[in-house]
Write a protein that binds this ligand. Structure first.
Ligand code: NMX
Ligand code: MLT
Length: 434
């Protein structure tokens, strides 16, 4: 049976031809226009990037290589029949475009295990950071700590032909994905368990090992981690972490440098840090109005947040215009595993209360919950209570999507990214007389 690299190599030639033909036959055709509003407004909606691994529809949400989350839950192998998908299977799908067999998924688990040893200097680096360094800052520093081992940087220095860039980029990407669970677990244990580390368990799959090294081995916690790590991988190319990784990678900065950029972007409260913010906001709710507030009390609290000039974390989206399917699948998980958990009831009540209020502001384009509105409550239930760590779990997952695309970006020979900027005067000049 072909290895992951062989299965990927088989696809690359045909895709290179397809992209070449797309450029040759349709290169001058129009995908969209750019308005002043879009240029000032965060480039919202401008179709200007090639991203193969996933595509977002405003109403339906994410599809990974054409598959919705419920489809993946059905098609991707789990640790046991009927269980949540193993993220290793999604990595195979993202890289090759094909749903893997159980044997292929096991081969990825093995491949990642064989690459997982963490250099001592990275452990020492994490151990040396001042207590209280935010876990996302630690994650970015650990990733940069691994950069000295970049096979792409070494191969580039040695003069590798550009047609083969994707090969050491794949090596670095698999090495990095393999090492992230232990990095995350060390950050967690250093911050919240007095630095008492737990060794990896070679009998466990990639996501279960992450949970176990953090100290959580209960069946439900392992299943949650598999689901969590699957659904956070990719959200097409324009989100801050994906775009930052893509941009930096386009300068031929190696996957460690590129992914570190993605993680510093994920650490922002409007992006990945929103999962931390949601938990803090919910804790604020319960402190102020108790654990089972009435809907009326919740409404007042939401309005007070808005009047304080703050966002309601976990709601809204730059592209989505309906409830995020990543929220929905976590809700389904909660209904199955923790239906009576009071915090789940609170999250469900917020689902009923918040959208109407955000709609009433008249300016929020999407009043519905996103992925971050639900993830923290599930983690709390299994005892992962430290919300400042939550974005690290998001980041570990995001590696699979953005690094898989990074391999494809190099395989397709995508150039350095360099859009045009304009001054206000230059914009006024261009719109004169229109
Ligand atoms: N609470 C309050 N105001 C909001 C919210 C919200 N949840 N969402 C949007 N708005 C405001 C937004 O701040 C803007 O206000 P103003 O004109 O005063 O600047 C206005 O509504 C229009 O914004 P939109 O076009 O609807 O949203 P945009 O595409 O600019 O931003 C988010 C998208 C996701 C940044 C925004 O919805 C938000 O801040 N949500 C809360 C934070 C969050 O949950 N982020 C996580 C996203 C998912 N992720 O993991 O990355
Ligand atoms: C993501 O998963 O990256 C977020 O939903 C943000 C986005 O897509 O813009």
């Amino acid at each position: 049976a072909p290895s992951l690299k062989e299965a990927l190599a088989e696809k690359i030639l045909a895709e290179q031809e397809r992209v070449k033909a797309l450029k040759k036959e349709h290169g001058s055709k129009i995908l969209g226009q750019v308005t002043v509003e879009q240029a000032i407004g965060g480039m919202r909606g401008i179709p200007c990037m090639l991203w193969e691994t996933s595509l977002l529809d405003a109403d339906e949400g994410i599809r990974f290589r054409g598959y919705t989350i419920p489809e993946l839950q059905e098609k991707l192998p789990g640790a046991a029949p009927g269980g949540e998908p193993l993220p290793e299977g999604l990595l195979w799908l993202l890289l090759t475009g094909e749903v893997p067999t159980p044997a292929q998924v096991s081969s990825v688990t093995e491949e990642l295990r064989s690459r997982s040893a963490l250099p001592n200097h990275v452990k020492a680096l994490l151990g040396s950071l001042p207590a209280g360094t935010h876990p996302m800052t630690q994650l970015a520093q650990a990733v940069l700590g691994l950069q000295s081992g970049s096979k792409f940087a070494a191969a580039y220095d040695a003069g590798l032909h550009k047609s083969r860039y994707w090969e050491p980029v794949l090596e670095d990407s698999l090495d990095l994905i393999a090492k992230l669970p232990e990095i995350a677990a060390i950050i967690y244990r250093n911050a919240y368990a007095g630095g008492e580390l737990i060794a990896p368990d070679p009998a466990l799959d990639w996501a279960a090992n992450l949970s176990a090294m953090m100290g959580f081995r209960e069946h439900g916690a392992l299943e949650l981690m598999r689901l969590y790590q699957t659904i956070h991988t990719d959200h097409e190319g324009g989100n801050v972490s994906a775009h930052a990784t893509h941009l930096v990678g386009s300068a031929l900065s190696d996957p460690y440098l590129a992914f570190a950029a993605g993680m510093t972007g994920l650490a922002g409260p409007l992006h990945g840090l929103a999962n931390q913010e949601v938990l803090r906001w919910i804790q604020h709710v319960t402190r102020e109005i108790g654990e089972s507030p009435s809907k009326e009390q919740l409404r007042e609290f939401v309005w007070a947040t808005l009047k304080g000039g703050k966002v309601v974390p976990g709601f809204g989206h730059a592209v989505l215009r309906r409830t995020d399917p990543r929220y929905t699948c976590q809700r389904v998980f909660a209904q199955k595993h923790l239906p009576d958990y009071p915090m789940f009831k609170l999250v469900s009540d917020l689902y009923e209360v918040v959208p109407d209020i955000l709609t009433a502001t008249g300016k929020v384009k999407n009043p519905w919950p996103n992925v971050d509105a639900h993830s923290g409550v599930l983690l709390q239930y299994y005892g992962i209570t430290q919300e400042s760590f939550y974005t690290v779990l998001f980041g570990v997952s995001r590696a699979m999507g953005v690094l898989a695309q990074g391999v494809w970006s190099r395989a397709l020979g995508l150039p350095i990214e360099r859009p045009k900027s304009l001054t206000v005067d230059a914009m006024l000049d261009r719109v004169k007389g229109q």
